[in-house]
Design a protein around this ligand. Sequence first.
Ligand code: ATP
Length: 345
Amino acid sequence: MSLLELQSVTKTFTGNSLAVENVSLQVTQGELLALTGESGCGKTTLLRIIAGLEQPDGGSVYLDNQLVAGNGHFIHPQHRQVGLVFQDYALFPHMTVAKNIIFGLGSWSRTERHSRLMEMLKLVELKGFEDRYPHQLSGGQQQRVAIARALAPKPKLLLLDEPFSNLDTLLKDQVRREVSAILRLSGTTAILVTHDIQDAMSMADRIAILRNGRLLQVGVPNQLYDHPMDSYIASFFGKVNLIPVTSDGGRVNSEIGSLDLNEIGDKTGILCLRPQHITIVKDNESATLSEIIGVTYLGNCQQLELKTGGCQLWCIQPLNVKYSPGQEVNLRFDLGGAHVIWDQH
Ligand code: ATP
């Protein structure tokens, strides 16, 4: 069942081109959807429209089968039962953890408030921290208080806007796991806005990619990674070799050779081959000769820049063999891991 439904949502700011254009999207109950795309693509605007902090110019927003924006209707944010977690956590600095968490429970009885506070402290594993002030907590702990405060009033939907961008790399990984666990344990339906594809890949059930205000593709992480609908999305998920290919009825030809891809019909397209799908092999049977033009040490592996025919390629190799620029190597392509985006005619 879909908890949130956007139908052709559009928003233009004065003096600006379309910030959000004709976006239709459904989020199911209990799902964690990541909304991602490069800076300025409209992520925050869409999140603010869902929260009721912006009004769309066109289209409709349904929350739990109720029209909350569109067709002349507009339900204000405080009546939508939507929780918000911001990038800077926005905790009240002069209030203790406990006061922060129960802030939105003004209409609840004292006993109910106390019991919900205990539930939330247990959920976010901050029992014993209730009398501390925000400045006495780590970044990750502050993040958990912000989530507890947003979840305390039992929102139908939780919106998280770049919640990890203030955390350093090591802490980020841990906080992602903690936040995922909290959302799963509490069965919360959530939308996570992030520009970091690693947040989206590691946490989301589905990822929605926006570009210039338009929704390009929505899918489960490995579906988008393995079968991107265009080369922009392929590149958004990290380094990829994009190799022009032509099919002439049976064989697929490219600058890296003739490829056994079993494609029928005359067409052109782009082969997406991830660096990990290129291997350097010793024997040269059915391998492709290539020259190394650059080597970058990445800590746990090395990235090679290669030249094959007129094509520049990237590949990832373990560190046990030393490679140098100018060296010739034989490549094997794992076409099982490749994906071709055929041109639409
Ligand atoms: P970022 O990742 O950098 O935060 P974003 O994907 O969240 O970007 P938005 O903040 O939604 O992007 O902005 C989308 C577009 O709308 C941008 O071109 C931005 O300049 C514009 N925009 C956003 N808010 C306003 C506003 N209040 N007034 C005018 N233009 C705005």
